[in-house]
Design a protein around this ligand. Structure first.
Ligand code: MG
Length: 401
């Protein structure tokens, strides 16, 4: 089988957001649910990796929200996902698939369409589906309907009948169809963009669709509750570790005062080999501590000219990347600043937001508190300032599948 793979990921995620009170902020470039991490791996990456080793797939086209194509491509490159095109989706799912279909190579006889928000589909299931497609014009993955189904009145307050469920199945994806037939369906079937799956378009053309029933877990993450359930499943057995960090810097004139990656207007600044951001240093040290990876001095020697005046955000990013490689990411943190002057006031929120962004954490999992030192030296006399951090790191037992 030679197939083009179409992944639909252009939905607005509006149902997802409406149902979420506190969606995680770990979305790299837009608000789409497909970039949210699940067990430490973005939803879309999980989906794409299910197909990435399949010899049947000769090209991959992903439909994303208009205007996000380039950001999505950059994201894919960064995640090591190769050889895929990202194109703008349409107003409906069917329109998105049509846009992608037009870009597929005529050398591929088949098209596999799969929802980007179904990250748990198994590669062996897809292969099995592929092996059965040729008996029909296409085939889809589906599950037998288990609940008792009622047909109700138009007024929605009366039962009209109990539907015989023995011949009912719920359509899922992947759906595999003959490329030419699907193209033809889009040309001929009236109102094709309103159809909700590929199978129904083929059916409308009189084509014969096969079905493969299964009982695996293949939910579409539509509502926030779906994500929470999936995350709970992925995270069962997660490990947590705690790290503590502390840092102190002299305050001198002629230097800037960076706190948590935010430049604070003040007559004095932080003396240091780097930009002297004691808060970020304490966070970085806390992460290293939690993972038993030494301390910030082991990693970034103040003898090394490479780190002269370096932004501390870079140091933190490097340590976060090392943690991520080992399967760890921040889960929650709490920090104290010991700083007599200036009064941080509203800047505290700005600092907190900056740290949350750097750690890819939702705001409610990041706390930055400030306190003075009752005029006592060295903090109370503004000769120095300090920061201490407690951080909780978590790992994911299921990095991929
Ligand atoms: Mg320091």
């Amino acid at each position: 089988m030679r197939a083009s793979l179409i992944i639909t990921a252009a939905g607005s995620s509006s149902r997802f957001r409406q149902s979420s009170n506190s969606a995680p902020s770990s979305k790299p470039q837009n608000s789409s649910k497909i970039f949210i991490e699940l067990g430490g791996v973005p939803v879309l990456e999980r989906t794409l990796r299910a197909f990435s080793q399949m010899k049947q797939v000769h090209e991959t086209i992903v439909t994303v929200q208009a205007g996000t194509e380039r950001a999505a491509l950059a994201w894919a490159k960064k995640r090591g996902l190769k050889k895929m095109k990202f194109i703008s989706g349409g107003k409906t799912r069917a329109e998105s698939v049509f846009f992608a279909l037009k870009k597929t190579s005529s050398r591929n006889e088949w098209v596999i369409v799969h929802d980007g928000a179904r990250p748990f589909v198994r590669t062996d299931t897809i292969k099995q589906l592929c092996s059965q497609a040729a008996k029909h014009d296409g085939i889809l993955l589906a599950r037998q309907v288990v609940p008792t189904i009622k047909r109700i009145s138009k007024s929605r307050d009366r039962v009209e009948a109990t539907v015989d469920r023995t011949q009912l199945a719920e359509a899922e994806t992947p759906q595999i169809v003959k490329r030419k037939l699907l193209l033809e369906a889009y040309r001929q079937v009236p109102n094709a963009f309103a159809f909700t799956d590929e199978s129904s378009l083929v059916e409308a053309m009189g084509g014969k669709m096969g079905v493969m029933l299964h009982t695996d877990w293949n939910p579409k993450l539509t509502h926030y509750a779906d994500y929470e359930l999936a995350e709970a499943k992925m995270s069962s057995g997660a490990e947590f570790r705690i790290g503590k960090g502390y840092d102190i810097h002299r305050l001198v004139s002629g230097r800037k005062l960076w706190v948590g990656g935010v430049c604070i207007p003040f007559e004095k600044g932080s003396l240091g080999h780097s930009d002297g951001d004691a808060l970020l240093h304490s966070i970085t040290d806390a992460i290293l501590g939690a993972l038993g990876l030494g301390d910030i001095g082991d990693w970034f020697s103040d003898k090394n000219p490479k780190y002269k005046n370096i932004q501390s955000t870079k140091l933190l990013e490097q340590v976060l990347a090392a943690a991520h490689k080992k399967g760890w990411q921040p889960h929650q943190m709490d920090a104290n600043l010991i700083l007599e002057k200036p009064k941080l006031g509203l800047m505290k929120t700005k600092i907190r937001k900056s740290v949350a962004r750097l750690l890819k954490l939702p705001l409610e999992k990041v706390s930055v508190k400030a306190r003075t030192y009752e005029g006592l030296p060295p903090f109370g006399t503004s000769e120095a300032w300090a920061a201490e951090t407690l951080i909780m790191m978590r790992n994911h037992p299921n990095p991929l599948g």
